[in-house]
Design a protein around this ligand. Structure first.
Ligand code: NAP
Length: 268
């Protein structure tokens, strides 16, 4: 158990703020904690000053787009997972020092285990997108036995840079076909489908044996996952990962177990 935070703040962009306050406040109420979790829009130029002020007040919280890498750089200490991802989504303060973790990795692993019904192994992963969420996928997947990830992104250089620290576990590929060839798991880590019904990949292009994970989440699910399930394909959207990363963050801040049922009820 760490020092109880004075306040809980999500730092990020308004579009990414939609569901987190609802389920975090549900978990706080369930635990009888007299705190309110709130979202704070922060411009990149203001981030360092805002974080400094929050550290001085003994706050804790989360970070979302576009600040995950910047907050990692501001931390005095990172967990191994956050260091590997180069990004922080969960932070807290202790004695004037800023600590950072990345619970997206645990949230993603939880989602994969639920989807497959077992611990992942022997996976050929096609990963669409090469941003912060993609980094969490690579950190998780590098520990899966006999598995590798092929990353396809519209800015090819970003995929190359993302894969570089992961050696044989991750390769940037030029075409979508190369990424999809023989894939057992196809993961969307682009924001496509977040605010509309666009799909990151036409449903008929999902390889025959592949399951799909859309990291994008929306109340009511994403159009891509709905369309895949209508064709009896195994697919899940980003909501289980979102709730689990939030529950793991709660457990970092307070030590006790987060009430996942209350969190789910807040977003259904
Ligand atoms: P990010 O760092 O901005 O990276 C986004 C990636 O998607 C980049 O490679 C970007 O390419 C690409 N991209 C953006 N728009 C695209 C488009 N229209 N078509 C094709 N590629 C596009 O974002 P992020 O933090 O990785 O987040 C990505 C998504 O994952 C968001 O929707 C976020 O909400 C979701 N997410 C979910 C969870 C969860 O718990 N379920 C956790 C984290 C993130 P460029 O470099 O060319 O822009």
């Amino acid at each position: 158990m760490r020092v109880v935070p004075s306040q809980l703040v999500l730092l990020g962009h308004p579009v990414a703020h939609s569901l987190s306050p609802a389920f975090h406040n549900a978990a706080l109420r369930s635990a009888g904690l007299p705190l309110e979790y709130r979202a704070l829009d922060v411009a990149p130029a203001q981030l360092a000053d805002v974080v400094r002020a929050l550290v001085a007040r003994g706050a804790a919280g989360n970070v979302t787009v576009p600040h995950k890498r910047a907050v990692a750089a501001l931390c005095d200490q990172l967990t191994e997972v956050a260091r590997r991802a180069g990004a922080v989504n969960t932070w807290w303060t202790d004695d004037g020092r800023l600590f950072g973790d990345n619970t997206d990795v645990g949230g993603f692993n939880f989602t994969v285990e639920q989807l497959l019904g077992r611990r992942p192994a022997n996976q050929r992963v096609a990963l669409l997108g090469a941003g912060g969420a993609a980094a969490a996928v690579l950190v998780a997947a590098e520990r899966w036995p006999n598995s590798y990830v092929r990353v396809h992104a519209r800015t090819a250089g970003r995929a190359v840079d993302l894969c570089e620290p992961f050696g044989e576990h991750a390769h940037a590929v030029r075409t979508l076909d190369e990424a999809l060839d023989g894939a057992t798991l196809v993961i969307n880590s682009t924001p496509v489908g977040m605010t509309d019904d666009l799909m990151p990949l036409a449903v008929e292009r999902l390889p025959r044996k592949a399951a799909a994970i859309d990291l994008v989440y929306r109340r009511g699910g994403t159009a891509w996952v709905r369309a895949l399930r209508a064709r009896k394909r195994v697919a899940v959207d980003g909501l289980p990962m979102l709730i689990e990363q939030g529950a793991l963050a709660f457990e970092r801040w307070f030590g006790g177990r987060a009430d996942r049922e209350a969190m789910w009820n807040a977003v259904r």
